[in-house]
Design a protein around this ligand. Structure first.
Ligand SMILES: Nc1ncnc2c1ncn2[C@@H]1O[C@H](COP(=O)(O)OP(=O)(O)O)[C@@H](O)[C@H]1O
Ligand SMILES: [Mg+2]
Length: 393
């Protein structure tokens, strides 16, 4: 019989009557790295939140066994005590606190009732030395890069003596270098006897890291197998429920003339203005054309486009033209007036105001169109939000 370190059986979970998971089964062996694949909304994070005690026993149906013993976690602590720790898709560290305070959050070491900072420092140093020896336990989280913050999250999970680590899309904001470091760390943890569940959209990572893959779609398991037996085409078609050829049907578009041109953009680093982030870049865009920008993380794609949009805060030079006319975009409002839109990378901090309504977020950048004498027109809902016909003939 197979010796599973973890078994999740027939897991069901609904959110206010809407089914998110409808009978998922999942197994994990010691030292195995299982890839969990599925489209956005398939239920991956929900399943992992059940496993890590975020959704407590009673809020879902089905059962969880660890080393053959049934578990009923009431909270994250229960799961951690049974050796399960999760590294979230979105980092959960407190920016104003330092590394050691974050690692021991809720677990501050006490000796005779006082905070023992020396012991905390030593233990943090030990936990972090395996992963990122150059991070100082006393650095504030906000002063670390995203990759380093990710390493702190992992150190935090390991410091809880986890033997099942859950990585929920850990690499979405890491550079290539940080990703290879992370992969190295996962392999060394595996060697030390840990098992892991690894969620990622990036199939090259799934292929490189995992031993086995489980694919879920709309809250049900749709396929499973050893990674070496699964081609990425097979994983994708299981994920989306269609064959790869029909994934994104190509539609013919008639491409028009050049509508936009960017010429000789050079951008300087925001902190060190001697460093060029972008060196003399030019490109054009034709009517009805979709232009792709490809490059490694850090290669300057976002910076170039934000400069054109008037959102780059460092120094730069360059000229842009719309329908042959030279533009003078100094701030984002100027771009909005020209009907140029920008969907930023960091939606939570650059795209939307999280604690405001959907309504206000949608009209925020064009609020003037809906205002009379400085306040919102009470009939604003009747006005078209985005008149595509008018903008693009
Ligand atoms: N807190 C929540 N409240 C309501 N619906 C949720 C909540 N969390 C997830 N869902 C829904 O459950 C489904 C699965 O979501 P999720 O587990 O986040 O998917 P994944 O991680 O695979 O992208 C989605 O339809 C999502 O909208
Ligand atoms: Mg998710």
């Amino acid at each position: 019989m197979d010796n599973y370190i973890l078994e999740m059986k027939d897991i069901h979970k609904s959110f206010s009557g809407v089914k998110a998971l409808s009978g998922i089964n999942l197994t994990l062996k010691k030292q195995e790295i299982l890839g969990l694949c599925g489209e956005n909304g398939a239920g991956k994070s929900t399943l992992m939140k059940i496993l890590s005690g975020i959704y407590p026993f009673g809020s879902y149906e089905g059962s969880i066994f660890i080393n053959g013993k049934e578990m009923k976690f009431n909270n994250i602590k229960d799961a951690e005590n049974s050796g399960v720790a999760i590294i979230h898709q979105e980092l959960n560290l407190i920016p104003e606190m330092n590394v050691m305070e974050n690692i021991f959050l809720g677990n501050f070491l006490n000796k005779f009732g006082i905070l023992n900072k020396d012991e905390m420092y030593i233990k943090t140093k030990k936990a972090i030395s395996v992963i990122a020896p150059n991070i100082d336990p006393k650095s504030k989280i906000k002063d670390l890069g995203t990759g380093e913050q990710q390493m702190v999250e992992i150190a935090k999970a390991i410091s809880k003596n986890a033997n099942i680590l859950i990585f929920d899309e850990p690499t979405s904001s890491l550079t290539e270098k940080e990703i290879s470091k992370l992969i190295e760390i996962i392999f060394s943890l595996k060697e030390k006897g840990l098992s892991a569940i690894y969620i990622s959209h990036k199939l090259d990572e799934i292929e490189a890291i995992t031993d086995r893959v489980e694919i879920i779609r709309d809250g049900v398991s749709v396929g499973e197998g050893k990674t070496i037996d699964m081609h990425s085409d097979k994983i994708i078609s299981l994920m989306v429920g269609r064959s790869i050829e029909n994934l994104i049907p190509r539609r013919e578009r008639e491409i028009g003339d050049i509508i936009f041109e960017a010429k000789n953009y050079t951008l300087y680093d925001k902190v060190n203005s001697n460093i060029k982030k972008v060196d003399n870049a030019s490109f054009y865009l034709k009517e009805r054309e979709i232009l792709g920008f490809s490059g490694l993380v850090g290669s300057g794609r976002t910076e170039l486009l934000s400069a054109i949009y008037g959102a780059y805060t460092g120094d730069y030079i360059g000229e842009s033209y719309l329908n042959g006319e030279k533009l003078n975009i100094k701030k984002t409002e100027d771009a909005v007036k020209l009907k140029i839109g920008f969907v930023p990378e960091e939606r939570k901090t650059q795209g939307v105001i999280l604690n405001d309504s959907v309504q206000n977020n949608i009209i925020l950048s064009t609020i003037k169109n809906y205002s009379v004498k400085g306040s919102l027109d009470k009939n604003w809902r009747k006005k078209p939000l985005w008149n595509i016909k008018k903008n693009f003939r």
